[in-house]
Each structure stands twice: as C-alpha cells, then as structure tokens.
Design a protein around this ligand. Structure first.
Ligand code: TXA
Ligand code: MG
Length: 385
C-alpha cells in the first residue's frame, strides 16, 4: 500500500519501552516508525478512507478512545485487526456508523428501545447490541447472533465512515489487555508500523470507552459501564440492575477480570489514601531497619494530595476532584506511570456514582482484581527469604 501520496508526518518515537520488563517477565513491544497523519488536513482523511477501501487498517480518533478500524464487510481486513491487536477471536468488535440508517442496515428487527436510545444519545458514547442481519460477517461478532453498533460524535470518525461509504469495525486501538489509547502517540507506542495509518485527531474528549447496552424487548442490560451513565439511560428505558446495590449487572464476552492493565503490577486502595499511608508507615520502617531498598511505588490519585516520600511518583486525575476530568486523564496517567517501570502502582478509588462507575470498573480490571498492598509486600517478603 502506497503511503507516498499524502503528507504524513512520519515520526520515530523513542524506543521508550524496553523489550523485556524484568519484574514481570512480560515482553513489551518496541516502538518502531509509526505512520501518523494529521486529521486537520482533509486529504489525510480521504487517504485513510482509501486505505480502508483497499483492505488496510487505520487507527482513528473517537470521542472515547482511539479505534483500530477496518471496513466491516472486509473479513480479511477484520481478521488482521485480531492479529495485530493480539485479541482472542471470541471477543466481538463494535461497528461504527455515521447515520441511523447504517445502524438499521446491520440489525434485524431492533426493539423500539433502540430508536429511543439512538435519538437521545447518538452521536455519542453509547453502543447498542441487537440481533444482527446476515450481512454482518461472523468474524466481526465472534459468531454471536448480535452486533454491537455505535455512532461516534467525533467529526473525524464521522467523516472517515462517510468517505468510506460503509461502517467501520473497530476495537479500542491498544494491544489486547493493555491500557486504551487516548491520543495518537499512545496508539503508535502499541503498534509501531504494523498499522497502515494512524489518523491523529488530538486527545479524545471523553477518555473512557462507550457504555455497551444490550437491548431486549422488556429490559436492557449494561454489559460495560462507560461514557453514558446509568442514571441517564434509566431516564428513557428500563435497565436491569442488581436489586441490592443498584449497580448494573455486567457481562460481556470481552470482559475478562484483567484488562486495561499496565505492565507494572497495579492494585486498588483498600479504602482511602489516608488508610494506605497508615498501612505503609510500619512497612517503610521495617524496610529501613532491615536496610532493604523501599520499592518504587507510583500513586494514581483521583484528586491532589500532600507529597509523600513513600511514592516515587504520583499522577493526579483531576485537580478539582471532577469525574469527567478524571475520565479524560485516566488511561494516559496509567501509561505515564507504566513507562517508569515501577514496582507497584496503587490507585485511589473514585466516588462510585455517574462516570465514577466506569472509572472504577477500569481501575479494578487494570489491577487484575488486586485490592490493597498486602499481595505485593507478601510476595516481596517471600522473595527476600
Ligand atoms: O468507546 C468504545 O466503545 C471504543 C471506541 C473505539 O468506539 N471501542 C471499544 O471497543 O472499546 P473494544 O473492542 O475495546 O470493546 C468492545 C466491548 C468488548 O467488551 C466486547 O466484548 C463488547 O464490547 N461487545 C462487542 N460486541 C458485542 C456483542 N455482540 N455482544 C456483547 N458484547 C459485545
Ligand atoms: Mg478495549
């Protein structure tokens, strides 16, 4: 595929990630030359559409996170998405459309709730799952009888879909299981030159993925919390929730316990930051008296705190404790801490309401279910024996 015809600012990012991360033993991809084109130049969007028409892969901005796109009707190109993302084939993709008509051309008899939700929330970060028509290739839906569709509000994404003339199948543009990408450089870190093009539309506005909602005749079910909060959806349709906690009942083929995870081990604070400091104090003293080097710990904080010597580095998600701002900064903050190759990242909980539900979901999965620091200090004690 020729890339000479258009102006692409070819950037060579530093090989910022080492090929082997000693603590975890996992291999981290090296960053090679990535082909990044600025979406401000219209001809780059036209070129991106041409690449998709020819069966190529293009990463593009949406209002949530960057997507890794292929023409939905090109099964070979869609297969390449699974390959470059290292994504298991049982995990279905979201199809991105630029109009209601395009969505309706993919669904078989969607329930009336679909139209109500489309009118209220599209374009925007809400994905609707309904029965699929046979024209949707099985590889897109991982063999499921349903297809997930959303109309993004990002103008670059909409232009790209319109220029292509068909919907775009796209998962988030990150390596499977790793932290999502909210800017073009983060996409390049994960994929280097293995994509045909990365369309750079600047940092994303919402910062966290779409809410995935499965539609049924009677009740709807949230499969993944995201950019549109439960309270807003409940204003227009009945949503199945856990009767005791009022939390959505979650399930999705792609929702594994560990997801969005940095290479460094990460954990969620048991309760509050203050309680964490109390817990670390005696441990720090014990390390000092044993003359053992204190681990390099990074703090991922919801709002600002007094600097503390226990932490090598701290990332604050929102200076004002605002959930929207925290969502925008979440994935980039995790990536930033991860680049420091820390021994441990400890994340503060955010309030479990509104967008906080989706942020907590991402933090819990990035922590692979770990809560508190005991698991880490117990393992280091074992290692010191
Ligand atoms: O905001 C977003 O949704 C971003 C942008 C790029 O649009 N996309 C995204 O895609 O987050 P991905 O592949 O990372 O996550 C899609 C989720 C997965 O958990 C997948 O299992 C679920 O949606 N999903 C897709 N199709 C489904 C279906 N037919 N039934 C149930 N869950 C489905
Ligand atoms: Mg994803």
């Amino acid at each position: 595929m020729s890339r000479e015809k258009f102006s692409v600012s070819e950037i060579t990012l530093q090989a910022i990630l080492q090929s082997v991360f000693l603590v975890t033993g996992k291999t981290i991809p090296m960053t090679a030359n990535a082909h990044i084109a600025n979406a401000v130049e219209e001809r780059n969007i036209t070129e991106a559409a041409r690449i998709l028409k020819e069966g190529g892969l293009v990463a593009f901005p949406t209002e949530t996170v960057y997507g890794l796109g292929a023409n939905v009707f090109d099964s070979k190109a869609v297969a390449r998405i699974f390959e470059v993302k290292k994504r298991p084939s049982f995990d279905p993709l979201i199809v991105h459309v630029a109009s209601f008509e395009q969505a309706l051309s993919l669904w078989e008899n969607p329930p009336p709730a679909a139209e109500v939700l489309m009118k209220k929330f599209w374009p925007g970060p809400l994905t609707l799952v309904c029965s699929k028509k046979s024209i949707v290739p099985d590889i897109v839906t991982a063999g499921l009888a349903t297809v997930a569709v959303r109309m993004p509000s990002n103008p670059v994404a909409l232009r790209l879909i319109r220029e292509l003339g068909s919907p775009i199948a796209a998962p988030s543009a990150n390596l499977f299981g790793y932290t999502s990408a909210t800017n073009a450089a983060a996409v390049a870190e994960d994929f280097g030159d293995s994509l045909d093009l990365i369309l750079d539309g600047g940092p994303t506005a919402v910062g966290i993925e779409s809410t995935v909602l499965k539609l049924d005749e009677a009740v709807c079910q949230i499969l993944r919390p995201g950019g549109i909060v439960l309270e807003e959806i409940e204003k227009v349709v009945v949503v199945k929730t856990d009767k005791t906690s009022r939390a959505p009942v979650l399930e999705s083929p792609g929702l594994l316990e560990s997801h969005y995870a940095p290479w460094s081990p990460m954990t969620l604070m048991e309760t509050s930051y203050e309680v964490l400091l109390k817990k670390l104090e005696p441990l720090h003293k014990a390390f000092q008296s044993a003359q053992k080097p204190w681990p390099r710990i990074g703090a991922l904080l919801f709002c600002p705190k007094e600097p503390c010597a226990f932490f090598e580095s701290a990332e604050v998600l929102s200076s004002k404790g605002d959930l929207r701002e925290a969502a925008v900064n979440l994935f980039q903050a995790i990536r930033k801490l991860d680049k420091m190759h820390l021994d441990l990242i400890v994340a503060e909980r955010v309030p479990p309401r509104g967008l906080g539900v989706a942020i907590l979901d991402r933090l819990a999965k990035a922590s692979s279910g770990h809560i508190g620091v005991d698991f880490y200090f117990q393992s280091t004690r074992e290692g010191m024996k």
